[in-house]
Design a protein around this ligand. Sequence first.
Ligand SMILES: NC(=O)c1ccc[n+]([C@@H]2O[C@H](COP(=O)([O-])OP(=O)(O)OC[C@H]3O[C@@H](n4cnc5c(N)ncnc54)[C@H](O)[C@@H]3O)[C@@H](O)[C@H]2O)c1
Length: 356
Amino acid sequence: MKQLLRSNQDKILSPRWVDKSVLVTGGASFIGSHLVDKLVQLGANVSVLDDLSSGRLENLEESEHRIKFAKKDLEYISKGEIRSLFRDQDIVFHLAAVHGGRGYIQTHPADVCSNLSIDHHVFEAAAASNLENVVYSSTACVYPDALQSKVGSEYKLKESDSDPTRLDFPMSADIEYGWGKLMGEIQLNAFIKQYGMKGCPVRFVTTYGPRENETHAIIALIFKAIARIDPYSIWGNGNQERDFTYVEDIVDGTLMAAERIFDGTPINLGTGKKSKIIETVEQICNILNWKPQKFKFEEYMPVGPLSRALDNTRAKDMLGWEPKFSLEEGLRRTIEWYKNKHGDWKDKRILLERSL
Ligand SMILES: NC(=O)c1ccc[n+]([C@@H]2O[C@H](COP(=O)([O-])OP(=O)(O)OC[C@H]3O[C@@H](n4cnc5c(N)ncnc54)[C@H](O)[C@@H]3O)[C@@H](O)[C@H]2O)c1
């Protein structure tokens, strides 16, 4: 057992994962695959459902011999089939979603609405399956843009700024993707209210790390620096601020939330620190020991809210979670992975898509 518990936060995680039957929807994704690897390390019996629309089987290479994988489209799956896939599970982590970087979600507003049906199918089957918990991958996009519109603001988004348990309060979210996830949280709470289902919405902020692709900000920025693209293009004016959080911290927080929250209470996972895109680019360039002669600011490209960070007080108080990785350390690890993995970056294009 001792070998299974590796980091400090693993000690906070209880041994309850050993021999648990755990299903991860969207488990071939960037975040999903890290969660799968961690669950396998903790001794769980892990199954993955994914349609591989943006997820990749290569993301699961580390755990492939120790998990069950089924390629399933959860948007069109029948009630009978999804119920039978959930029947013998103890816990479901629901990460499957039509999602991508800012470029994708802003240019595919209709496609992301598929998440309403994917979420409904998952929650309906979960309610019929007597699970111990359903953990829902929500997002910082459930918060109103108006609270994130001022560069330099010190405001951190609190769970109460969008509360799926207070339907009499005004709510607003960040474009269709954010509204869809907020509706996902409201649906999850509806199943809890009506059927006594157990559930936990976890709000991930801008996550980065190995296995992410170039359609997301950090990997796109790393790609451009490694490929020595000069002038180096930056979407917007570079002053927009984000709470970049390393994937291992997100996975730890998600597992801790799964152990402790069952009543639909949403929980933020983010460092609470804001970094400007231009400063992050400088950090990446320093690590790579290179600097472009010129920056080209593409102000017409989608940038999203101007100043975003999550208040993580609730995660600290309820879970004992704290992010372990500084941005510097997380960037170094991600750059190291990217250099080893992507010898062919010159052939890659940066698209408004969700996978390359
Ligand atoms: N990456 C982030 O910064 C971030 C931030 C907040 C929330 N999230 C959420 O975390 C989850 C994982 O995101 P990610 O960034 O790791 O990668 P992602 O967006 O690629 O993950 C989505 C996964 O769902 C799968 N999928 C899509 N449609 C499906 C369908 N109809 N049936 C079955 N599987 C389907 C994809 O193949 C993919 O593996 C998503 O729910 C996303 O909304 C991510």
